[in-house]
Design a protein around this ligand. Sequence first.
Ligand SMILES: [Fe+2]
Length: 318
Amino acid sequence: MNVTTLDGVTYGVNDIAEARQFWLDFGLNLEAESTDRLLFTSKDKSFVEIRHRDDPALPPAIEEGPGVREAIFGVKTQADLDAIKAELEKDHDVITDAEGTLHCLDPLGIGVGFRVSRCVEVKAEEPHFNMPGRTGRLNARGKFYDCAKPLEMSHVVFMVPDTEKEIDFYVNRLGFRISDCYPGRGYFLRGGAGRYHHNLFLLNPGGKGDKFGFHHLAFEVSNVHELFGGGLNMTKKGWKTMLGPGRHPISSCYFWYFLNPCGGGAEYDFDSDIVDENWQGEEFEQTPERFAEWSLAAGMEENLLYKGVQTGDTIKKK
Ligand SMILES: [Fe+2]
């Protein structure tokens, strides 16, 4: 069914003004704004929509507090969308909105939708890295980033109490592929025609109670310098690190997660695996909690405070 992308998500939040500030600092572009709704985009036009959590326009909440209420996936063609609609209508209520986007609830009640992708192709700027035998930058200093500008939204993550029903829905019925997994515990899924290692990660926290809800949303940036620059900027602006910087063993990327007042985390990624039908997935035995090759647990705030970065900014303590 040729799902290609995560086209966007809609959050239900407690405080629209705080959400506005977070995503502006994170580097998204504020495309539209009204008293009850914000619309942000990455460079590829993938979107983050913000509404108050009591807004009746939102799908029902799956958890207490703020979080993602609906994820919209992009497909290649109208024929792909029609095929998804026919499959969903077998046993789901499906709403088609004025712009042709399909909306329904997945087997666990998570809002999910599909549309012909409106994402546009983007290309990271030339990094001009110097490596032995490969001079990318001659007689020029390296670039420093004072903020990040995410290029693409890559994946959304939910904690779920039951992966089986979800795998049946997304994989067996809607053509998502399992890129890698922790059998019975965690599944990295990509759209059937997706390029990123995962567009959707579903994790059953198992022994940690019946946690059910949104976990985080991830974006790709141009290069590792932008990832660090973006993370340092967020730290200077007073946002708290959830985890990072660090590197994931699965999907290979560098990461830096920030706690988001909209719920869960927001992740900068760089150098994620890009895959096609020749990708060889694996089943991992390690527990999903060991998902970092390495990581700083508490970000770089201490370094900024005590090593004298001269920003002139006041670092807010939350
Ligand atoms: Fe992630």
